[in-house]
Design a protein around this ligand. Sequence first.
Ligand SMILES: Cc1cc2nc3c(=O)[nH]c(=O)nc-3n(C[C@H](O)[C@H](O)[C@H](O)COP(=O)(O)O)c2cc1C
Length: 208
Amino acid sequence: MGFLDKLFGKSNKHKEETVVKKEKLKIAIVQGSVREGRNGEEVAKWVYNFAIKRNDDVAYEVVDLAKYDLPMLGEELTEANQVGSETVIKAWSEKMASFDGYIFITPEYNHAIGGALKNALDYLKPEVANKAASFVGYGSLGGARAHENLRLILGELQVADVRTALTFSLMADFENMSEFKPADYHKDNANLMLDQLISWTGAFKSLR
Ligand SMILES: Cc1cc2nc3c(=O)[nH]c(=O)nc-3n(C[C@H](O)[C@H](O)[C@H](O)COP(=O)(O)O)c2cc1C
């Protein structure tokens, strides 16, 4: 209470208090491989476990593309699968729209991302626009070419990708190219990637 208020007995106890509650950022870890026996599952789990241990003010969630049996975009739907497919498309769009940012986990297939992830992204536009993303790739060159491919696609969707990405080598970070055992040095990069992603994810919120 100020000096004059004290002197004249004015009280502010009835003044309405405005409590500004900061909402947690929501970041999806999108597991972009649907292949049976895929390596992507372990990579997504590793990223999730790494991220939650940082205790950021962020709600992380793994979104597994394999759980969304999306038809090919533009595919003619039969009477038998129409309702089911439309439900899945709606669920996918709403799920992706519910996040502020994304970590895309992607393998490299023929120097690009997999067809399933490309098809799934083709369903989206306003759901992801003005949001931030980062990439985690794996392949013989750490999925680096898939990253560059994804960067072009997300540019068209008005998604901003941060510079730092994780590149896991099939030869060095997987035993027998199938058991995920990432080298320790990736942790520094993972922290940098998450720092960049979180700050952009927060900043882009004010644009929407
Ligand atoms: C159709 C196909 C194409 C591939 N092309 C590449 C490639 O161009 N570069 C690469 O580094 N790895 C390539 N690979 C190897 C995959 O990156 C590797 O098998 C990876 O584990 C696939 O991810 P997933 O197990 O999560 O499906 C290819 C694999 C498949 C199945």
